[in-house]
Design a protein around this ligand. Sequence first.
Ligand code: PAF
Length: 284
Amino acid sequence: MVEIYNLQELNDQLSPIRDKGLKIGFVPTMGALHDGHISLINKAKKECDFVVVSIFVNPTQFNNSKDLEQYPRTEKEDIKLLRKNECDFVFLPSVSEMYPENYVAEKVDLHHIENTMEGAHRPGHFDGVVNIVSRFFRMVQPTKAFFGRKDFQQVAVVIEMVKQLKIQVDIVVVDTKRNASGLAMSSRNLRLSEQELEQAVVISQVLNKGQAWAKTYSPVITLEKMKRYFEDSALKLEYLQIVHPETLNDLNQYWVPGATACIAAFCGDVRLIDNMELVSTEEN
Ligand code: PAF
């Protein structure tokens, strides 16, 4: 695996691959890699000739400086894990490489999908995501880019961004990896105590309950029951919404295929997010 630290090295490595018309798979990450990231890398390896993983804790997508400070950084272990999983290139740029003084952010109209849920609770978060992902796409010029479904709204934002900016890349969405208890894998789980790891299981439990209730009740009643179920937990709910899979508008009376419940909650001082499709895209 080649370690790359700047744009010049990135171009030197990737130009010959592009010139041969080979497929470049790209997995953007903020490090603290876990099995969820490995599943993205494995999918990229299957579908592309070369795989580039970036590790960059992007300051512009954190609306809270304490959250940025506390974000886990495990670069040495990450590089070891990437080598073990036969990744071809790891790109580890500095902040000044990604945001040079003359940097101008690309403007994108996301049609309000950035304003609900994460966007409503983390103002500016998706501006930061759009900044960094568009910049990475311009630099890496991947054939395909791989994102985890756990960041449901991020996936919707990236798909819209690619459309608006007319960037030639296929976005591949990979299912959420869960540990044995059902907790969605996340870099932030590293900050949970043993007890909190047990308490956090309520997130996937309430999503599973929602899936069952959706067979009988309307979205609005299902949501009410889910919120009531969650009230008894040790976690502090930030939001729980049942949304349309594309517009991300809240659903009220009627289900649509792909209707998804999205949740953010604090377990101690660690903010966790998760989501689950409540109505399969195959159902009507
Ligand atoms: O999902 C993440 O880890 C980040 O939002 C991403 C896509 C790497 C951009 O910083």
